[in-house]
Each structure stands twice: as structure tokens, then as C-alpha cells.
Design a protein around this ligand. Structure first.
Ligand SMILES: Cc1ncc(COP(=O)(O)O)c(C=O)c1O
Length: 351
């Protein structure tokens, strides 16, 4: 009763209902032990073994590691500076004759307005589009929610995420077959829950009932949390608008971000480490972690997969900052951050 039970099924149903696209059926949902597990299961289910998987270089380690563990070869791609995501051009530049899939990562909670076009490009090249929606609970483009663009999407419920279960992950997919396969993978590749009959190279990727009930309760607050995060972001937008050279990542028309991260770019030449240090030391304002500071093609563990230069990703990884956002943040706290950022930026940009 303590694993894959009633609460897991309730959490799966509620999460799927919260991510149903208008005029489409509610997606199938499979709760698992982490976002990393969700990604690996999806990549195993679509079978990337021995194939290339296109991955934007500015993502978390797990996006690429899941591909490696599923037997695939990550091919790192550059991104669009306006969205921090793959664009049709960067996706096409990374294609090889051996590409099986591409992973679109909704960095910071923003889904690229080109998501639908990316899906079409993938279809044209007969490759599978997978969404890494670890950051994007409740985000949408033109009313279409995270999870409805790819063949399947992987969400994370790690404690920093907009919805958390402590640890956990969820797969959403419109494919009943893929969902069935994912259920087999998550429980040691067993053909059925009650029999020791193994048909896949699965693993211990189950969600416990304690995690499921935690996620179920937190999910009830998702819309409220997102509304609050969006009001924080709007206040940051206003407060930064007149700071020349410090550019917040704009939310493109039709996009509704959950503002898992509030991202802004420092001008070239401003020392980010110093900027962060002065905010912390002088004002006790600690910025949130970047998404991401060292791109994957520069990570020692992925050295064998490093390919051609990826200049846009290198540039944005080096220059962006993430201002603090959380679902209980007060206006005076937002203003305190803004005051500190303005003071430190004013001094550093003048250097
Ligand atoms: C983009 C991205 N992908 C995948 C993951 C992996 O999720 P988890 O930590 O739940 O395994 C994370 C989590 O931090 C993430 O940020």
C-alpha cells in the first residue's frame, strides 16, 4: 500500500487533468521516482539505443545523462537567445543521419513560441520530439500546456520546482502504448505489478505513496503559486525597465511562463561572479542558481560528446542571472532585491 497505490493514481490523474490541452484528450500520466527517471524511461521507450539525441547544451546534467543511460549519444545543440531553447535553425544544424530524437527543454519555465514549429520540423525529419518539462509545470503557449508538444514529456518534482513531492517525476504522453511501456519500465521492467516476469530493462523508478500524497496536496496550489510568481516577475520587469543594458528575458506573445526562474542578461563585460558577490555581501541578496552557468558541452564528463562551437549558448550561460522568486515572496522583498540590483549594477556597469 505504500508504493504505486491510490495516492499515486490520484496524483497522476490530477496532474494530467491540470495539463490537458483545450480540445484534446487528457494525457496519460505515469508517476516515477524523479525527473531524471522520467526522461530515461521516455528515451528507453522510444528506443534511442545506438542513436543520436539532440540536446540543448544549456540544460541540466540529467537531460544528457538520461540519453547516455538509455544507450543514446547526446549531440549538443545551440539555442535561441530570446528563449534559451532550441530553435528550428539550431535543431536542424544539429541533425545527423543517426538522429532518433530531440529534447526541447523549457528553460526557466518558458516554453518556446516555436514549440509547435519544432514539432513539425521533427516530424519532417522523422525524429521524436521529447519535452524536458522539469521547469514548466503549468506553463503554456497559446493555451497549449507543457507536455502537449512532444511525443512525451518529463516533469520533475524536486524540492525547488513549482510543484514538488519532495522527490519525484511524471511522464505525460498522448500515447497509451508509451504510457503502458513507461509503467513497465518504472517497476523493474515487470510485465505486471504482481509477477516476477521481466520484459524490459527497467529499474526501481517507482513513486512512493508518501511522495504522491505530498505532490497531490502541493499541486492544488499550482495555479495560485504561478499567479503569484507572475506578479513577482511583473514587478521585476517594471523595476528593471529603465536599467540600460540589463535585459530581462521577455515573455513572447502567447507564452505563459510559470516563472520557475526570472532570467535577465547582464551586458557583455560585467563580471557576474563579482555582481553576485556584491549583492550577497553588501545587501544579503542571494541570487538563484543559473540555468545554466557551465553548458554541457564544456562539462568534463561529456568531453567525448563535445562538438562544434555553440556561441549563443556560451554567451547566455556566461551573462545571465536569475533573480529570486518564490510563491510567498512579498512586494517589499521584491523591492529590496530591486534596490540592491540597481545599486550594484549602477556601480559595476559604470566601471
Ligand atoms: C532541466 C532539468 N531536467 C531534468 C531534471 C531532473 O529532475 P530530478 O532532479 O527530479 O531528477 C532537472 C532537475 O533539476 C532539470 O532542471
Amino acid at each position: 500500500m505504500l508504493t504505486l497505490g491510490t495516492y499515486t493514481r490520484e496524483f497522476e490523474a490530477a496532474f494530467a487533468a491540470a495539463h490537458a490541452a483545450p480540445d484534446a484528450e487528457v494525457p496519460h500520466s505515469v508517476a516515477v521516482s524523479s525527473g531524471t527517471a522520467a526522461l530515461e524511461i521516455v528515451l528507453r521507450a522510444i528506443d534511442v539505443s545506438g542513436k543520436d539525441v539532440i540536446i540543448p547544451t544549456n540544460t541540466f546534467f540529467a537531460t544528457a545523462e538520461a540519453a547516455v543511460r538509455a544507450g543514446g549519444r547526446p549531440v549538443f545543440a545551440d539555442v535561441d537567445a530570446q528563449t534559451f531553447a532550441l530553435s528550428p535553425a539550431t535543431l536542424e544544424a544539429a541533425l545527423t543521419p543517426n538522429t532518433a530524437a530531440a529534447v526541447l527543454v523549457h528553460v526557466g519555465g518558458l516554453i518556446s513560441p516555436a514549440a509547435e514549429e519544432l514539432r513539425k520540423v521533427c516530424e519532417q525529419h522523422q525524429i521524436t520530439l521529447v519535452e524536458d518539462a522539469a521547469h514548466a509545470h503549468g506553463s503554456s503557449v497559446d493555451g497549449k500546456p507543457a507536455g502537449s508538444f512532444g511525443a512525451a514529456a518529463a516533469f520533475s518534482f524536486y524540492p525547488t520546482k513549482v510543484v514538488t513531492s519532495g522527490e519525484g517525476g511524471m511522464i505525460l504522453t498522448s500515447s497509451a502504448d508509451l504510457a503502458d511501456d513507461a509503467r513497465v519500465y518504472r517497476d523493474q521492467g515487470k510485465g505486471s505489478f504482481t509477477a516476477n516476469h521481466h520484459v524490459r530493462h527497467g529499474y526501481a523508478w517507482r513513486m512512493s505513496e508518501l511522495h504522491a500524497v505530498t505532490g497531490l496536496v502541493h499541486l492544488r496550489r499550482m495555479r495560485e503559486s504561478i499567479e503569484h510568481r507572475r506578479s513577482v516577475a511583473a514587478r521585476y520587469d517594471k523595476g528593471l525597465a529603465d536599467l540600460a543594458g540589463l535585459d530581462a528575458l521577455a515573455e513572447p506573445a502567447g507564452c505563459l511562463s510559470n516563472f520557475y526562474k526570472y532570467i535577465a542578461l547582464l551586458p557583455p563585460g560585467v563580471d557576474r561572479a563579482r555582481f553576485k558577490r556584491e549583492l550577497a555581501d553588501g545587501y544579503a541578496v542571494r541570487l538563484a542558481g543559473e540555468v545554466y552557468d557551465l553548458p554541457l558541452h564544456r562539462q568534463p564528463v561529456f568531453a567525448e560528446y563535445a562538438g562544434p562551437a555553440l556561441p549563443v549558448a556560451d554567451d547566455i550561460c556566461e551573462r545571465h542571472i536569475c533573480l529570486p522568486v518564490h510563491s510567498d515572496m512579498r512586494e517589499d522583498e521584491v523591492d529590496e532585491v530591486l534596490g540592491a540590483v540597481r545599486a550594484v549594477y549602477g556601480a559595476l556597469a559604470a566601471v
